[in-house]
Design a binder for this molecule. Sequence first.
Ligand SMILES: NC(=O)c1ccc[n+]([C@@H]2O[C@H](COP(=O)([O-])OP(=O)(O)OC[C@H]3O[C@@H](n4cnc5c(N)ncnc54)[C@H](O)[C@@H]3O)[C@@H](O)[C@H]2O)c1
Length: 147
Amino acid sequence: MKETLDAVLTDKGTKVHCVVPGATVLAAVRKMNEEHIGALLVCDGSDVLGIFTERDILCRVIDSPRDPATTTVAEVMTTDLVAVSPDTQVEEAMAVITEKRCRHLPVIDGGKLVGLVSIGDLTHWVSRHQEVHIRDLVNFITGKYPV
Ligand SMILES: NC(=O)c1ccc[n+]([C@@H]2O[C@H](COP(=O)([O-])OP(=O)(O)OC[C@H]3O[C@@H](n4cnc5c(N)ncnc54)[C@H](O)[C@@H]3O)[C@@H](O)[C@H]2O)c1
């Protein structure tokens, strides 16, 4: 499989949910719950400042403890952002996620944010492509493959 994140984004869509750094943790969590997502990119205009994830809520808000109604996203976000480009191969992106122990990868092209992929998107993509590959092999073996 030699597909790139471009293909994943064509399938998934390029919309990225963001939050401003001054938003409260409570407002950000409500947005994540409304959208059924586990992360928000923290953006100031077109500048990506960091990422705010479920893990940040567990480690830096609940366990501290900090008040979600008064703590800002900027205080608890992850600034050490791991990003990839749209021409990154799906397997390469999975390796990055494993190595860096993150679950969401912003996709940046020439300094511009063009999408976001999650560990779920990548595993879903791989398993779907394996299914197609297995079906093709079965059809080939059982003589159903078109000649
Ligand atoms: N990956 C999927 O297609 C998908 C969809 C719905 C639910 N789930 C379930 O949710 C759980 C975790 O899934 P996950 O690893 O994909 O993480 P997630 O719950 O954060 O992501 C769910 C979907 O939302 C997208 N998403 C997340 N944050 C986003 C953002 N800021 N901007 C734009 N899109 C964003 C992801 O790319 C993914 O497609 C798993 O149990 C999974 O089965 C997955």
